[in-house]
Design a protein around this ligand. Structure first.
Ligand SMILES: Nc1nc2c(ncn2[C@@H]2O[C@H](COP(=O)(O)OP(=O)(O)O)[C@@H](O)[C@H]2O)c(=O)[nH]1
Ligand SMILES: [Mg+2]
Length: 561
């Protein structure tokens, strides 16, 4: 997903790695990489230009700030690469955001949701997906309405889906679409269904009779929501279609389908800019559970190759109970997950289906999946067999495998990288290898992966608000008091930005930094270790700043209570 889009950002990031300064030339070169892949992904030309202009402007502004000194935190240490990635993230979010996945609920009577779009865009499938979503997430009782009377198979298709969901489908043979919809609303009232989903007809292209029909349905039933379904594979055409529909129907939102597979994904970036209608959901597969709420920040992270932990957690919620997923997420983000969690997650991943889709959301591969990372299910079986060969004590406390620390393992610093091989407990490695029938190198690789994953999770957790965005996390304030942990600061601390938090389990290699406008502790994943090694004086300063930060955060948290 979004491979085409990601390519340019990845190239730009690589170009900026190790660059000392964001000069105009450096910025322009990076923007050229991005421009190419935006156009290739079929992002509208004007939108592309606007985006590049904004990033350029912000990056030039950053030239000054990068050199700025902060009284409170000493000299700001942030690499041009980090600054640039952050700017891209912000501008991507600005372009696609803000988050707007709310549905409008009718004040009285059943809530109408009218789904419109061209033929084959995915309307019927999406109606069924929405029905499932509404039942699962909002406890609703939907009625599906077959208002596409032109293709005989269309009604049967919806009926089949209705059966699969165990939900009623309303249809009238030989009926008129407007009439069908009006009667369906009445039927919903009579039978106690609280949402009515209209599956309307589509054409190959926008034409007047279709628009007329849809306008009449709109007038006659006054649905609270009109959603346009567009096929992401059709790129700019999809966006043009959206503009056309929006002129006549005043859309409440857009649902982008077929984002799985090879979709170039450019439509996701342009549609909000061109129509003003927010993207509400993404269709990411043919089966009925493949509907995701659209979150611009998650999308931006994925485009930038930084993974999407919040999205991942939502996927987990589909297969495990929400409370456990939340606990897991908190632990994961604090780097406190163990081999047993790792194994459980691998099993869940297997339950969740396509590994490749999921990998797009995991932060392990900031530069995209390496080709040789043959991530088929056999890989999982292999990992599982090795973890199965560990004792429960080893699984719960994987640090017995490392002689130094996980941070050392993930550190890229020259000498340490060489020492890494010796950092694992050789006798344990030998035993696991023998027990699972794998090579010792396999076991070390697994441990290394685990170390990397752990670190990435911690870094993501430290970046702004991530933890706060996990639903229900606010309740963890309670837990925080118990553990003496400063969750207020950990959660990003709201507007104004709380200072960098002292977080237990934070890899020592990760510099604490606070840059104006940057999330506390922001270190773009994929750049483990971040900035330069601090000097002793700087370290002392940092400790001081950290203490001060923690104090302020505590104060803030107290105020909130
Ligand atoms: N891969 C994929 N296929 C989808 C998605 N949504 C719909 N489809 C497929 O697209 C085709 C057309 O979908 P349909 O709902 O009949 O479109 P409609 O003509 O607009 O009602 C069907 O084969 C669907 O299975 C999606 O998100 N991903
Ligand atoms: Mg259809």
């Amino acid at each position: 997903m979004f491979d085409t889009l990601s390519k340019g950002f990845r190239a730009a990031r690589q170009r900026l790695s190790g660059v000392a300064e964001l000069t105009d030339d450096v910025i322009d070169e990076a923007l050229r990489d991005i421009r190419m892949s935006l156009l290739e992904a079929d992002v509208e030309f004007k939108v592309t230009k606007q985006f590049l202009d904004r990033v350029r402007e912000a990056a030039r502004g950053e030239q000054v700030r990068l050199k700025a000194k902060s009284k409170e935190y000493g000299t700001v240490k942030i690499t041009p690469q980090q600054a640039f990635v952050k700017i891209c993230q912000d501008e991507l979010v600005a372009m696609m955001g803000p988050v707007d996945t709310e549905l409008r609920w009718a004040k009285k009577g059943p809530t109408g949701i009218m789904v419109v779009g061209l033929q084959g865009s995915g309307k019927t499938t999406t109606v069924a997906k929405l029905a499932r979503y509404l039942q699962k997430k909002h406890n609703k009782k939907p009625l599906l309405v077959a208002a596409d009377v032109y293709r005989p198979a269309a009604v049967d298709q919806l009926k089949t889906l209705g059966e699969r969901l165990d939900m009623p489908v309303f249809s009238i043979e030989g009926g008129d679409p407007v009439d069908i919809c009006v009667q369906a609303v009445q039927e919903a009232r009579n039978s106690g269904r609280d949402v009515v989903l209209f599956d309307t007809a589509g054409r190959l292209a926008i034409d007047e009779p279709l628009m007329q029909e849809l306008t009449e349905i709109d007038k006659a039933t006054q649905p609270a929501n009109i959603f346009l379904v567009i096929d992401a594979m059709t790129g700019q055409d999809a966006v043009k279609t959206a503009a056309g529909f929006n002129e006549r129907l005043n859309l409440d939102g857009v649902i982008l389908t077929k984002l799985d597979g090879d979709a170039r994904g450019g439509a996701a970036l342009s549609v909000k800019q061109v129509t003003g209608a927010p993207i509400k959901f993404l269709g990411v597969g043919e089966s009925l559970d493949k509907l995701e709420e659209f979150r611009p920040d998650g999308m931006a992270s994925r485009i930038l190759g930084m993974g999407d932990i919040v999205g991942l957690v939502k996927d987990f919620e589909e297969v495990v109970d929400a409370e456990k997923a939340e606990e897991d997420a908190v632990r994961m983000l604090k780097g406190k997950f163990d081999m047993q969690d790792f194994l459980e997650q691998i099993r869940m991943i297997q339950k969740m289906g396509s590994l490749k889709d999921l990998m797009g959301k995991l932060p392990f591969f900031p530069d995209g999946l390496p080709d040789e990372a043959n991530l088929d299910d056999r890989e999982l079986v292999k990992i599982e067999s090795m973890i199965n060969s560990m004792t429960m004590q080893e699984r719960r406390n994987p640090s017995v495998f490392v002689k130094t620390s996980w941070e050392e393992i993930t550190s890229n610093a020259g000498k340490k990288a060489k020492r890494r091989r010796a950092d694992y407990d050789p006798s344990r490695v030998r035993r696991i290898a023998a027990g699972s029938g794998r090579s010792e190198a396999d076991v070390k690789e697994l441990l290394h992966k685990f170390a990397m994953m752990r670190q990435m999770m911690v870094q993501l957790g430290a970046s702004t608000g991530l933890m706060g965005k996990i639903p229900g996390l606010k309740q963890f304030r309670q837990m925080k008091r118990l553990s003496g942990l400063d969750l207020g600061a950990l959660m990003g601390g709201g507007p104004g930005g709380a200072p960098a938090a002292a977080m237990p389990g934070l890899p020592g290699a990760m510099p604490q930094m606070q840059v104006p406008g940057m999330p506390p502790g922001f270190t773009p994943p994929g750049t483990p270790g971040g900035g330069a090694k601090p000097t002793k004086a700087a370290a002392r300063k940092k400790v001081k700043a950290k203490r001060k930060a923690a104090k302020q955060a505590r104060k803030k948290a107290r105020k909130k209570r």
